[in-house]
Design a protein around this ligand. Structure first.
Ligand code: NAD
Ligand code: UD1
Length: 338
């Protein structure tokens, strides 16, 4: 089976590519290298002994997309990762986010809906905003998004749902990821944050390795057991596996709902302070941190109810938080060597 991955050299796309190649799928990968490096192909090959068919292109370019589908007329599934993902940046550059995340999606959907190819979309738990109850299930009504980035995910979901209604035979799955962390166990692929990391785990590992001075913990007076925010951290390899199982399910199922939405999380809420403590325990390293003021726009608590994906698709997170943090640390250590 041949699968097209957009944004295939990015953090999540590269881990999905590895699993697909290891399971015998053929992979066509496209990426404009805006937030990734061509060297990721070396990492993928070092792990799998194979290379995906790769083309450096921008998914917003209709001609290039048409040529790609002409070159590969028998694509069995598409996983769409290509997008911008920095929440803070999206507030400063909303048009760039709407252009890339929304127009890019529309361009990809043109050939995909024409050929009714099963489609997986990278959505985010950000679509829930601060949910009124925990854990968060897929039926909770969506609130107003906190950022242009969040808007692009809500709009993207809506566009795909509309396409599923409009184009007969076109089915899709929307995966709402909670907080992906960690790296492949080989430490040959992982996350490359550009500039100063905004997310907790890369900031933490960069602090411990000495690239940053102090990890700031954003807020310690929240209404949570230890006062720090709570999230559902999921190992990127578990997330990768969720894509493959969702795609298999979509390809095999005679899907009556046409557009299905699934949370991808562990179901466990973990506080920022617990992250620091667990990291110290598994790595034996000391995390230099200080308590800082809350970050504007942060939700206090967000963790998934993953029952729907567990029961319908049969996927369940396998890796522990310890595995995730150790793999993130191993990845950071080899980056220093590079
Ligand atoms: P990433 O930035 O590492 O990967 C995205 C890849 O897409 C990059 O390699 C980038 O160069 C490429 N790209 C961007 N715009 C493109 C375009 N127009 N044409 C071709 N390639 C393009 O991000 P990621 O963490 O792997 O995230 C993948 C997807 O998952 C994104 O849609 C993101 O919004 C979503 N998501 C990520 C997280 C997270 O925490 N990482 C959480 C929820 C959802
Ligand atoms: C954010 C986005 C989410 C996006 C995800 C991945 C918001 C509201 N949500 O998730 O949409 O999908 O990034 O890009 O912005 N923290 C610290 N110190 C730090 C960094 C983070 O204490 O230096 C805390 C945060 O307050 C939060 C937790 O760590 O409680 C996780 O933060 P982060 O990794 O940025 O992810 P989210 O905010 O959950």
């Amino acid at each position: 089976m041949k699968i097209l991955i957009t944004g295939g050299l990015g953090y999540i796309g590269s881990h999905v590519t590895v699993l697909l190649l290891q399971k015998g799928y053929e992979v066509v990968s496209v990426d404009n290298l805006d937030n990734s490096s061509i060297d990721v192909l070396e990492g993928i090959e070092a792990i799998t002994g194979k290379r995906p068919f790769f083309e450096a292109l921008d998914v917003r370019d209709e001609n290039q997309m048409t040529n790609l589908f002409d070159k590969h007329p028998n694509i069995d599934g598409v996983i769409h990762f290509a997008a911008y993902k920095a929440v803070g940046e999206s507030v400063e550059k909303p048009l760039e986010y709407y252009e890339n995340n929304v127009s890019g999606l529309v361009q990809v959907l043109k050939p995909v809906t024409r050929k009714a190819i099963p489609f997986i979309f990278s959505s985010s738990c950000t679509v829930y905003g601060q949910a009124d109850k925990m854990p968060i299930d897929e039926d909770i009504p969506l609130k107003k998004a906190f950022s242009p980035y969040g808007n692009t995910k809500q709009i993207g979901e809506q566009i795909i749902a509309d396409c599923c209604k409009a184009y007969q035979g076109f089915n899709a799955i929307l995966l709402r990821y909670f907080n992906p962390i960690g790296a492949h166990s080989s430490a040959k692929i992982g996350e490359f944050p550009q500039g100063i990391p905004q997310n907790l785990i890369p900031f933490l590992t960069q602090t411990v390795i000495g690239k940053r001075e102090t990890l700031k913990i954003f807020g310690s007076d929240y209404n949570t057991p230890d006062g720090t925010c709570i999230r559902d951290y999921i190992h990127v390899m578990d997330l990768a596996q969720a894509h493959i199982e969702s795609l298999d399910y979509l390809i095999k199922s005679n899907n009556s709902e046409a557009c299905e939405v699934y949370n991808v999380g562990t179901g466990k809420g973990v506080s920022v302070m617990e992250i620091v403590q667990t990291f110290e325990k598994v790595t034996g390293e000391k995390v230099h941190f200080e308590i800082s003021k809350p970050r504007t726009g942060d939700v206090i608590t967000a963790f998934a109810d993953p029952k729907k994906i567990n029961n319908r698709i049969g996927w369940k997170a396998q890796y522990s938080l310890e595995d995730s943090l150790m793999s993130a640390w191993n990845w950071e250590k080899q980056l220093k060597i590079l």
